[in-house]
Design a protein around this ligand. Structure first.
Ligand code: SF4
Length: 274
């Protein structure tokens, strides 16, 4: 199955529990009590928090409007590319009022590097007009109002709520959904169901950071095609730990830390977990 990121999703296979060990296997997950599931999920979150202490929204923005625009542009595009594109865009159209009256061709040219630029330009124009006309130019701060804007779904709304308004939200993108299933937290594919099921495992105040940590881990370690299981700090808690590269040295070559500092944090987390 091809995800919205264009990546190939790998279906989890059954991992064998180690006899007498503390590792969690798929068989254990099937008989895991709700309380044990919550404990394991929160333990995974703690390890991810230690591994990615700087986990954050990787899109650059200076206002809720700029964030919502960046999220629209990030569809089928990397955050890095979006961040290379938005400085010129926001210099030209810093607010909803200004973007609402943008020349469509000029707008398309500015966002062309992010791909699907014609559709994205239409979305941005519709979104800007709605924010200007319905909310006086200010992006609203509730889920109901946000999802009422053209082209804004729950994922975008939750990113904006969590990162621009400080309202806890779970962002179920392709990484989050894949990891939640690999962790055995849910078998659901529907992002809204995943959001509710995973939300029930954690205190609300953890939701936004949990989302960032999951997305960081999905991008750096638990890739859709070849997860680096042998170098993964949460492997002992993950029932899918045999679906990827299990040889530690080979797995290490699959890691994609964004900086030397992240590489060191990953190495320390792996050491602590072993
Ligand atoms: S990389 Fe880690 S989280 Fe992903 S499947 Fe392997 S062990 Fe599980």
């Amino acid at each position: 199955m091809v995800s919205v990121d264009g990546e190939l999703e790998v279906k989890p296979t059954v991992a064998r529990p180690r006899r007498g060990g503390t590792r969690i296997g798929a068989a254990s997950v099937r008989t895991e009590s709700p309380a044990a599931l919550v404990r394991r999920a929160r333990k995974i979150n703690r390890v991810l928090a230690e591994t990615y202490p700087d986990a954050h929204c990787e899109l650059d923005f200076e206002s809720p409007f700029q964030l919502i625009v960046a999220v629209v542009l990030s569809a089928q595009c990397t955050d890095v590319r979006v961040n290379l594109t938005t400085p010129a865009l926001f210099a030209r159209y810093p607010t909803a009022d200004e973007m609402a009256v943008a020349d469509p061709v000029e707008l398309e040219e500015l966002i062309r590097p992010t791909g699907f630029y014609r559709n994205k330009a239409k979305s941005l124009l519709g979104l800007s007009v709605a924010v200007r006309d319905r909310f006086g130019g200010e992006v609203p701060g509730t889920l109901e109002e946000l999802v009422g804007l053209p082209g804004v779904g729950r994922k975008t709304a939750n990113v904006v709520l969590g990162n621009a308004f400080g309202v806890p939200g779970i962002t179920v993108d392709t990484h989050f959904g894949r990891l939640a299933r690999r962790f055995g937290w849910t078998e659901e594919e529907d992002p809204v169901k995943v959001e509710h099921i995973v939300g029930a495992l954690f205190p609300k105040q953890e939701w936004t950071l949990l989302s960032h940590r999951m997305i960081f881990h999905g991008r750096r370690v638990c890739h859709s095609r070849r997860p680096a299981c042998g170098a993964c700090p949460v492997a002992a808690l993950c029932p899918s730990r045999t679906i990827g590269e299990t040889d530690p040295l080979k797995a290490e070559t699959l890691l994609r830390p964004a900086s030397a500092r992240e590489a060191a944090q990953l190495a320390a987390a792996r050491k602590a977990a072993s």
